[in-house]
Design a protein around this ligand. Structure first.
Ligand code: GAF
Length: 377
């Protein structure tokens, strides 16, 4: 992929430039908790967006996407926003950098990626983090700290792409470290690396190939529900709520808001349980919590779909240790923690049964936990 990017860059813009890359992410547990001030437990993966970038001495950005086979050109002022959605991610990163007092000047870029699109692996965060990291390195002597780089990506989603996301995806893409998951407290922003090399297990993603587009999904509505409940309780986020608090206001909120909050409050504890279980090498508890998260996301938070529930059922039948829908939901992947010896049977069964029911096989991605945003040597 990187050779292709370089060749395309040379052909369009001439020699030179620097290659930057940033990763997609998985999340072992802690879903829809980030914008509720809770805990998340993601890691960057060995699938990334890479870009060859070079300053061009103008105030114009010229960029070509190999995967979409589309070219965009835009200025750096607020009124110069490009129309194409993919280009708005890059424009947003430039604007959010400038808004924070950072420097961005015109550049030429060619990029491509191998993060599956719409699969819940945060290809958009990878794109944002790649360009945020590059702008910091090229124009700002790397003075913008890494949390701010993640926030630049998050604000891009809010202000230029219409998704009121939390910080997890951009955080994971920027801070990712080989063989480590990261537990982030989204209230204090303190985090800790957890070495993650489960002996005797594989981590595998099974992609339902149901399209996942947070912009058109009720993602923002879920967030609004949580905010309504928090406001009713007089707290900033649901991080500070317990089930007793929720029970107290049950009669004053809608049934739907109650269910959303019930899920979030449960999920907060599940992340902590999983971290403790991992430290104790207790993968059965890790897996149990993953199944509980799936049930909560499906029945209470209602961000699953028939295909993902089916994949979850198949995992259970095959004796998979843990399985759940991953990411924002409304399609995309399940993440599965599978014993080595059960792996082949699980994958074969999932493919056959899914194909029988939906007329196509799910896609399967083995993931390796990898480094986040970086400049290629
Ligand atoms: C999406 C969002 F972008 C994240 O911030 C997070 O809320 C996630 O859904 C659900 O955990 O990936």
């Amino acid at each position: 992929m990187k050779e292709r990017i370089k060749a395309e860059f040379a052909q369009r813009f001439g020699e030179g430039g620097t290659m930057y890359a940033s990763a997609g992410r998985i999340n072992l547990i802690g879903e829809h908790t980030d914008y509720n001030g809770g805990f998340v437990f993601p890691g960057a993966i060995d699938k990334c967006i890479a870009a060859q970038i070079k300053e061009n001495g103008t105030e114009t950005v010229r960029v070509y996407s190999i995967d979409i086979d589309d070219y965009a050109e835009f200025g750096l002022t607020e009124d110069a926003a490009p129309k194409a959605q993919w280009a708005r991610y890059i424009f947003g990163v430039c604007r959010e950098t400038i808004k924070r007092g950072g420097v961005v000047r015109g550049f030429d870029a060619v990029f491509a990626g191998n993060v599956p699109l719409g699969a819940g692996l945060s290809s958009s965060a990878a794109l944002e983090s790649c360009f945020a990291f590059a702008m910091n390195d090229m124009y700002n002597d790397n003075k913008i700290d890494k949390f701010e780089l993640a926030r630049i990506g998050q604000s891009t989603e809010h202000n230029y792409c219409g998704v009121n996301c939390g910080i997890m995806d951009q955080f994971a893409s920027v801070f990712g470290k080989k063989n480590c998951l990261m537990r982030l407290d989204c209230r204090s922003m303190e985090f800790q690396y957890f070495p993650f090399e489960p002996k005797g297990y594989k981590l595998v993603l099974v992609d339902s190939v149901v399209k996942h587009e947070l912009v058109d999904s009720p993602y923002n509505k879920r967030r609004e529900s949580c905010e309504r409940v928090a406001a009713k309780l007089g707290i900033e986020t649901l991080r500070d709520a317990e089930m007793e608090d929720l029970e107290r206001i049950k009669a004053e909120i809608s049934e739907e808001d109650y269910m959303r909050a019930e899920y979030v409050i449960g999920e907060k504890q599940r992340v902590l349980d999983v971290c403790a279980a991992l430290e104790a090498g207790d993968y059965d508890t890790v897996g149990e919590r993953m199944y509980q998260t799936h049930a909560g996301m499906s029945k209470l938070y209602e961000v699953s779909c028939e295909e993902l529930d089916y994949l979850n059922d198949i995992a259970k039948e095959c004796g998979v240790t843990g399985s759940r829908i991953m990411g924002g939901g409304f399609g995309g992947c399940t993440i599965n923690l599978v014993k080595d010896e059960l792996y082949d049977n699980f994958i074969a069964t999932a493919k056959a049964k899914f194909n029988e029911k939906y007329g196509h096989e799910p896609k399967v991605y083995d993931v390796i936990i990898s480094d986040g945003a970086h400049k290629e040597e």
